[in-house]
Write a protein that binds this ligand. Structure first.
Ligand code: 5GP
Ligand code: MG
Length: 182
């Protein structure tokens, strides 16, 4: 496993990312929509760092086995609608890879009548974007490697790491084997 972003770098990067978001919204009420589960740590840190009236909602991206690609999104219907109508919305996700997850999600949020919708991601992978959509706030840009830690898993492992690491192919095979055991 190779550390890409150390715990100290992560903390400093997220702090300045949160400051940019804070400056952008200038104290206006905001709804944070966390795309579960990978963004759970980032969402918790943003809640700590942002000094704004905030409403928190979550949506669930159904991930295919081994977490390589997110499938259709399941929205929390009525609750979500009332937190989006006539409000500024910031969608919080772990990684912008191809962008397809957010490309599916953003129109669903737009349909609920927000004042504005912006996207904040912890990580963006270089050279992978497949849709005409870009995050408005990105904490770190990383090379095209499979990463884990700070809420990001592989086969249910590594979410607890306090830093971001890239997995070697052999480690991915090992994690797959372990997750198959009862
Ligand atoms: P996209 O739809 O942008 O291609 O993929 C985004 C989703 O795929 C992320 O929110 C994440 O759940 C998953 N994903 C993409 N790359 C990685 C990665 O390197 N590590 C992990 N753990 N998940 C990833
Ligand atoms: Mg995700």
């Amino acid at each position: 496993m190779k550390t890409l972003i150390t715990e100290d770098q992560l903390r400093a990067g997220i702090r300045s990312f949160a400051e940019k978001i804070q400056q952008h919204y200038q104290g206006r009420p905001l709804t944070l929509v966390g795309v579960m589960v990978g963004s759970i740590m980032l969402l918790a840190d943003l809640i700590r760092f942002l000094d704004l009236p905030m409403r928190i909602e979550i949506v669930q991206a159904r991930t295919q086995p081994h977490g390589l690609r997110s499938g259709p999104l399941v929205l929390n219907g009525d609750v979500l609608a009332s937190s989006i109508l006539n409000r500024h919305v910031l969608v919080v996700d772990d990684i912008f890879d191809t962008g397809r997850t957010l490309w599916d999600l953003i129109p669903q949020i737009d349909d609920l009548g927000p004042i504005s919708v912006r996207i904040a991601v912890l990580l963006q992978k270089e050279g992978r974007r497949e849709v005409p959509l870009k995050p408005d706030f990105t904490a770190f840009t990383i090379p095209n490697e499979f990463v884990v830690g700070y809420g990001l898993d592989y086969c249910d492992k590594y979410r607890n790491l306090p830093y971001i690491a890239a997995l070697e192919p052999q480690e991915m095979e090992e994690a797959e084997g372990k997750s198959a055991a009862p």
